[in-house]
Design a protein around this ligand. Structure first.
Ligand code: ZN
Length: 318
């Protein structure tokens, strides 16, 4: 049985994408200070990137690393753009994102557009954090143009972190919707994985769901596992969180212990759920019967924490 200390050291050596801190001070106290923002924008060391429809330009730096395409503010395409202030790094460099309808064209062919799901695993923690921040703000801005209190069109303030209603004075702040994601184990230390109806064939992953109003995270874990798989859960232990701005979630990862192995799927969201021993999952992945969670999602890391290391890869089919 792994302990929470083991889990912490495992996430230290192999950080969860978008979870590791990128060393950016968001300097939230400066967002309302227009004079400070103007000086920060025009400072020669300031760096700017463009975000559009969840994408930004990324490029290979020539040394095998991938970074966001950034430019000084005097080169930035500021017309018809919304400007988001994202923070300051340890060297005092200020970062801004410009939200535009289209990404800027480039004279060279090195840069390419990428969404956060792809860029998140390629970029440094600093660039991934900057991009997640900008994409989250863009998603929120896009769907909150009108006041939810009176219906009037709202205007952007606080360097992209506030929308203010000129009619009723309401202030609207960016939303983050908490969602729980959990790996459930039983008394034989088998893992419960389920598959959603619309997933590709063989895909199995952890269960997950949104936290409801007035509900604790622990209660949400118990409720979601009960609803989706019919499995009763006792002990619930927090592992880590992951920003998930698709469009506005924060994934809160848990390990949970079933009090009974009996499964009864809802057949609505989850069409199948199974208990896997480590040998079961190894064999099922090898034969191609099961596709484990992959990519940047914390789901893959929760399964790996239980498994005790990276999951095996499927055998190549010829
Ligand atoms: Zn209003």
């Amino acid at each position: 049985m792994t302990t929470s200390t083991d889990r912490r050291s495992a996430t230290d050596t192999c950080p969860i994408t978008l979870t590791a801190t990128g060393g950016i001070d968001r300097a939230a106290n400066q967002r309302m200070d227009e004079a400070w923002l103007a000086a920060a924008w025009s400072h020669p060391t300031t760096r700017v990137f463009v975000v559009s429809d969840g994408q930004a330009l990324i490029e290979d730096d020539g040394a095998g690393r991938t970074e966001l395409v950034m430019m000084p503010s005097f080169d930035a395409p500021f017309t018809e753009a919304h400007r988001y202030f994202l923070g300051i790094d340890e060297d005092g460099v200020r970062y801004f994102a410009l939200q535009k309808d289209v990404l800027p064209g480039r004279m060279d062919d090195i840069a390419r557009p990428a969404g956060l799901r792809e860029a998140g695993v390629l970029l440094s923690p600093r660039d991934a954090e900057l991009m997640a921040h900008a994409v989250g703000l863009e998603n929120w801005q896009r769907t909150h143009r009108f006041c939810s209190r009176c219906g009037e069109r709202t205007v952007i303030a606080a360097a992209g972190h506030l929308r203010r209603c000129p009619a009723c004075g309401a202030e609207h702040y960016p939303r983050t919707d908490p969602a729980v994601i959990m790996l459930v184990t039983d008394d034989k230390d088998r893992a419960l994985l389920g598959r959603q109806i619309h997933w590709p064939e063989g895909r199995f992953s952890t269960l997950a769901g949104f936290v409801e109003p007035g509900e604790s995270l622990e209660a949400a874990v118990v409720r979601e596992v009960g609803e989706e798989a019919g499995v009763a859960v006792g002990e619930v232990e927090y592992v880590a969180s992951q920003p998930w701005p698709f469009p506005a979630s924060l994934m809160l990862g848990f390990m949970a212990r079933a009090t009974s192995p009996e499964i009864r799927v809802d057949g609505d969201e989850i069409e199948e759920a199974r208990w896997f021993s480590r040998e079961d999952i190894r064999e099922a992945i090898r034969t191609g019967e099961v596709l484990p969670p992959a990519g940047i999602s914390i789901a893959a890391r929760l399964v790996e924490l239980w498994y005790g290391g990276p999951l095996p890869r499927p055998e190549r089919k010829h």
